[in-house]
Structure formats: C-alpha cells, structure tokens
Design a protein around this ligand. Structure first.
Ligand code: SAH
Length: 352
C-alpha cells in the first residue's frame, strides 16, 4: 500500500483534506512519509542544502553563535539547539570552528529536534563526539540561555493555503476526481488569522499560513527574552509572501506534488513577518544569505581554503562560494533573520 492509496481511501471516506494535513502526511507519515523513510540529502538524494555544499556555511554560523555567546557574557551553561539538523553537517562544522572560542563547547548542551528516525541515526553518528540529545518539541527547550541555528527547517512545516473571496477565504484542499488526487477549494469562510492580509490582497489572491510557525517563534523568543541567547534562522522566503509557493522536489527536479505522495520533498516559503511578530524578543532585519555570509567573511575563508587546494578541489570550492552567495544562486532566494534579547547586539552579520 502506498501513501497515495492511504490518502485516496481517506478522502473517499471522509472528504477532502486540507493542504497542511496533506503535507504532514507526505513528510512525516510514521511508515510511508518522505522524511521518516529516508535520508533525502546530497547529490544522490533529492536536494542539496547549504551545509552540504560547503563546510564554510556551518563554520561561519558556528562562529557567529559563539561570538553572540561571548557578547552576552559567556553564560556557563546554555542550550545549543538545532531543529531539523539533516545529516548533522552544519552542527559538526559549527562546533569544529567554534573550538577557536575557549569555553563555548564546554558550556553547550547540544539539543536537537528531529522528526525522522533515519536522520536521527545519521545525526547520532555525525555528532557522536558532542553528546547530543533529542527533544520532542520546542516547549521541552530547557529554561536557560538558548543559542539556536536552523537551516531549511521552517520550510518543511505544513502550511494552509487560502484564496481570497471578498471578506472571506476559501481554503485550498486535496480531493479526488476520477480516482486521482486533485486540488480544490472549500467554502468561503471568515479567517481571523488572516485579518492582516485583507489590506494587501484582492479577490482571487492566494495566501499561505503556517499554523506551527507562530508557536515555535514564540517559544524560542521567550527563552531568549527570559534567559538570553540568540537564534539565527535561514530559509527560503520573504518578509511576506503572496501566491502559491508549494514546491515538490525529487531527484533535484520539480515534480507534481500530488503525483506520488511521500516520494518527494515538499516545502513552502517561510513568512518571516509572521515569525518576527510572534517572537517576544528583538529581531534583526531580514537579510539575504549572500550578504550575511559576506559580512561574516566567507570570501576570506574561501581564499584561505582555496590557497591550500589545487585542480578540481579548488574549482569546486570556488563554485561552492558562488553557489552560497551569488544573487543568481542561493544568495538572494535564501534569507536570514536573527532573534536576540531587547537591548543586546544582534548576532554577527545581522543588523537591527
Ligand atoms: N538543516 C539540514 C536539513 C534540512 S531538511 C540542512 O540544512 O541540511 C529538513 C530537516 O527537518 C530534516 O532533518 C527533516 O527530517 C526535519 N524535519 C522536517 N519536519 C520536521 C518536524 N516537523 N519536526 C522536526 N524535524 C522536522
């Protein structure tokens, strides 16, 4: 039985399901979900992320967090957290680079949030020297200073889509037609959560809303407000998005999200305004990834690494630098936001 069979049977029985239920099942169904069943990263997988492109990404993020820790008086014990750590590559690179900052690693309690058993096993292997522990949800984050990094985590959270219909909204759902999964629209209903979008939308416009985003931002922000710390969050998206950003990727190519549920990665752009508004602490300006990495000195780091390489390895490093920073590659599509205590300095590379 495929996940497609499971969903078709459910829809035939109970009627259409919302897009967030569809996304949640595709990504995290306990036995047939995309993330539950595989390690999708890397050249042989479905997509490549920044930390898998080059060690420079994790190194610079690690040094930025270590500097923020230093700037806040080097708390003797803190949570070093990463949700959705993938293969653990970013955190391994971060901790290796942060060895240059005395005391940081000893004070850190490495805490990961990961829904996929396959990837948890991979993280345990990559990070075995750093005694990681896994927590089930953000509310389990200890009440102590929190330094958190996340890359391409929030884009995997299930979201809902709504089409404007006068003063109301029609939710986009997944139904059945001639035995096939198809997108459809539910009845026009009021949506208090979308009140702010009445100002910047017209009839027929589609907006997205990720219900899990605000509670996560609220919890992270509350730890930072109450105990100190900082978060550096990197993802696709913009301050406020308009239109359908649901994307399915398989084998590095875009595919139809309804074609074979559970076999492709599903993502949506992150609504950084919603994140910033929900976090009860200060937030930085939303900054393009390329600008952020340049400010942290990626070009100097790349030159330094390249000087020690020759031939293909050197060419690959130069290509990786371009891929991470150039506006035509990941430099502009990906954005970075920092969360930090009111009155403190934002994490390096970010401005208030
Ligand atoms: N940060 C990594 C991996 C990004 S892929 C990198 O940059 O390479 C998304 C990651 O989030 C995977 O580890 C996936 O298993 C995890 N994930 C997706 N949805 C999740 C959820 N609801 N809770 C916890 N982890 C989740």
């Amino acid at each position: 039985m495929t996940l497609g069979d499971v969903l078709r049977a459910r829809i035939a029985r109970n009627g259409p399901i919302g897009l967030s239920e569809f996304m949640a099942e595709c990504l995290l169904h306990p036995t047939l979900g995309y993330y539950t069943t595989r390690d999708p990263l890397g050249a042989a997988g479905d997509f490549v992320t920044a930390p898998e492109i080059s060690q420079m990404f994790g190194e610079l993020l690690g040094l930025a967090l270590a500097q923020a820790w230093h700037d806040q008086g080097r708390p003797a014990r803190f949570t070093l957290a990463e949700p959705g750590p993938g293969r653990g590559t970013l955190m391994a690179d971060a901790l290796r680079a942060a060895r240059a900052v005395p005391g940081f690693a000893d004070a850190a309690q490495l805490t990961l949030i990961e829904a996929s058993p396959a990837l948890r096993a991979r993280q345990a292997e990559t990070l075995r020297d750093h005694a990681p522990r896994w927590i089930e949800s953000f509310s389990d984050l200890p009440r102590q200073p929190l330094f958190l990094v996340a890359n391409e985590f929030l884009d995997a959270l299930p979201m809902r889509q709504f089409v404007r219909a006068g003063p109301a909204w029609r939710e986009r759902h997944v139904g059945l037609q001639d035995g096939n999964l198809v997108f459809g629209l539910g009845p026009a209903l009021p949506q208090p959560a979308l009140q702010a979008r009445h100002d910047d939308t017209r009839d027929g416009d589609l907006v997205e809303h990720c219900p899990a985003l605000a509670p996560i931002a609220e919890t992270i922000g509350a730890r930072i407000r109450d105990h100190g710390g900082a978060a550096v969050i990197v993802d696709y998206g913009d301050w406020r998005s308009l239109g359908d950003t649901l994307q399915a990727l398989s084998g590095h190519a875009r595919v139809d999200p309804l074609a074979d549920p559970g076999s492709a990665d599903l993502t949506a752009h992150v609504d950084f305004e919603a994140l910033a508004l929900a976090a009860p602490c200060a937030h930085s300006r939303l900054t393009p990834q390329g600008v952020f990495l340049e400010r942290l000195g990626i070009t100097a780091r790349a030159r330094n690494l390249a000087a020690r390489l020759t031939g293909t390895a050197q060419a690959e490093l130069i290509a990786a630098h371009r891929r991470l920073t150039h506006p035509d590659e990941m430099g502009n599509l990906f954005k970075v936001i920092g969360l930090y205590p009111e009155g403190a300095a934002p994490p390096p590379g970010l401005i208030p």
